[in-house]
Design a protein around this ligand. Sequence first.
Ligand code: UDP
Ligand code: MG
Length: 144
Amino acid sequence: MTETTLLLLKPDCLAARHVGDVIRRFEQAGFEIVGCKMISLSEEVLAEHYAHVADRPFYPELRSFMQSKPVIALAVQGEDAVAKGRDLIGPTDSRKASKGTIRGDFGKDAMENIVHGSDSVENAAAELKRFFAPHELFTAEVRG
Ligand code: UDP
Ligand code: MG
């Protein structure tokens, strides 16, 4: 199935200048960029995006990390983009991620892990809506 997933290139990705590396991996895997923007994350958007971890002890630190620099939001489209995107990214904790995955190669730990990727088709749809207006997505499929 052709899907579109939402990536956020996190502040550590920009700080270490791995933006090109991350995009290259998705492009080389056959995916296409159908939306792209640089944004500062507001408290509100962050609370919504990370609602599932808002009560975890690390949340205040995660919030300040995610607001330490702007992020780059990408909408990436292709065959099984959600699951394949997660495979390219690797598991949450960069220290446990295999070499060859984005987090395994460029991430530092469980927080500074370079990139967010949607974890289900349903969440991808909600996250694309959160970060992109319909006219900012250059694909018929996700305009709805
Ligand atoms: N996170 C963290 N410490 C943890 C687990 C998660 O700082 O022990 C951060 C990390 O940046 C992660 C984000 O919270 O990417 C969202 O967590 P989730 O479980 O959704 O991980 P992901 O889907 O990004 O792998
Ligand atoms: Mg997640």
